[in-house]
Design a protein around this ligand. Structure first.
Ligand code: 13P
Length: 389
């Protein structure tokens, strides 16, 4: 039986036991339900942080590539993967004048959280001055999941509480944990359960240490399946994620989601229009995501810059119970990198390119974007089979 002090998950198990005794026992469930809201030390702050990130016309710039992935970005413009080059690139992005008008948060890799500009100003301070909340990638990447169908699981729970506490001291106010689900590999029930449980444990730990968790089970674009299959898998994955988030007493008002859009597999014979993608994605979210969640910040997943913006715009043609916005990496960085080419004389033009993409997505968040005048680069897809982040 429920008591005033029992944690919510214990109460839930208690009621289940009663329900399992048969329909007649339903009448024995006490009428007065004690509603408990878990009030952690950071509850109010978490709600405020999530709200400020999910503010109208703004979204997240994801630049949390691990050193290895950042190396791939730099190699694409002929640069070596040195700390100096990573710093120069991040400086270009994070010191873009006026970025805070369209960008509410920036997800950083650990190296960047502790790094400074070449003039010695901490990147975190640049962000706060620009009205952008610093965030931090806290997962430790994917490894093979034994007993599954060639699937993976995400590492990083060991020591996570102390790392989160340390990141908070450094100025981070939100966190990201990305795990993946592969449709061509099944997905197996084991992989989905592991992904959901890991995300929920991470979310509870991040909240306990003052960081708003971004919950990101990326359903990879890989595969030749139709959009209906993606919808089916996405519904199953998010059902499981919310089941475990609730079981871990995560406060929904203090989280943000980072879903993949519901699209056909990248190798499917037919492309879908932004309207079709919006219809399927919003159907999935409406069926699975409680309105207590303040923001849905989509990943771009290998879509072209323009596709990602058009799809977001289509989703904001209707009134949604949550802020529906972006947390793009590739779809915000592609043209920037190509414009910069590693040359100091191109920094200003590259920053203008970032601002243009950020503004386009800001308009899409408000449902007011038009693709007129977009460059050829913005229309080029960036899908890479089996992409690792
Ligand atoms: P993309 O927008 O490139 O898919 O990035 C996803 C991501 O998780 C970055 O934080």
């Amino acid at each position: 039986m429920a008591t005033a002090t029992a944690p919510p998950s214990t109460r839930w198990i208690g009621s289940r036991k009663l329900l399992n005794r048969g329909v007649s026992s339903l009448r024995t469930v006490p009428r007065r339900v004690v509603v408990q809201v878990k009030a952690g030390a950071y509850s109010d702050e978490l709600v405020q942080t999530a709200k400020s990130i999910a503010s109208p016309g703004r979204g997240i710039l994801a630049i949390d590539e691990s050193n290895a992935t950042c190396g791939k970005r730099l190699a694409s413009i002929g640069l070596d993967n040195t700390e100096e080059n990573r710093q120069a690139y991040r400086q270009l992005l994070l010191t873009t004048p006026g970025l805070g008008e369209y960008i509410s948060g920036a997800i950083l890799f650990e190296e960047t959280l502790y790094q400074s500009t070449v003039d010695g100003k901490k990147f975190v301070d640049c962000l706060y001055e620009g009205n952008i909340m610093p965030g931090i990638k806290v997962d430790k990447g994917l490894v093979p999941l034994p007993g599954s169908n060639n699937e993976s699981w995400c590492q990083g729970l060991d020591g996570l509480a102390s790392r989160c506490a340390e990141y908070y001291k450094q100025g981070a106010r939100f966190a990201k944990w990305r795990t993946v689900v592969s449709i061509p590999c099944g997905p197996s029930a084991l992989a989905v359960k592991e992904a959901a449980w890991g995300l929920a444990r991470y979310a509870a730990i991040a909240q306990d240490n003052g960081l708003v968790p971004i919950v990101e089970p990326e359903i990879l674009l890989d595969g030749d399946h139709p959009i209906e299959r993606t919808l089916e898998v996405a519904e199953a994955v998010w059902a499981e994620v919310f089941y475990y988030l609730a079981e871990n007493n995560v406060m929904f008002e203090g989280i943000l989601l980072k879903p993949s859009m519901v699209t056909p597999g990248a190798e499917h014979e037919k492309r879908a229009t932004p309207e079709t993608i919006a219809k399927h994605t919003l159907a999935m979210l409406q069926r699975r995501v409680p309105p207590a969640v303040p923001g849905i910040m989509f990943l771009s997943g290998g879509q072209s810059e323009m596709e990602a913006t058009l799809n977001l715009n289509a989703m904001n043609q209707s009134h949604n119970p949550w802020h529906v916005s972006f947390s793009y990496a590739r779809a915000l960085q592609n043209t920037v990198l190509k414009t910069w080419k590693g040359r100091p004389e191109n920094v200003e033009a590259a920053q203008k390119a970032l601002l243009a993409r950020a503004k386009a997505n800001s308009l899409a968040q408000l449902g007011r974007y038009s693709a007129e005048g977009e460059s050829d680069d913005a229309q080029k897809g960036m899908f890479v089979k089996g992409y690792t982040y």
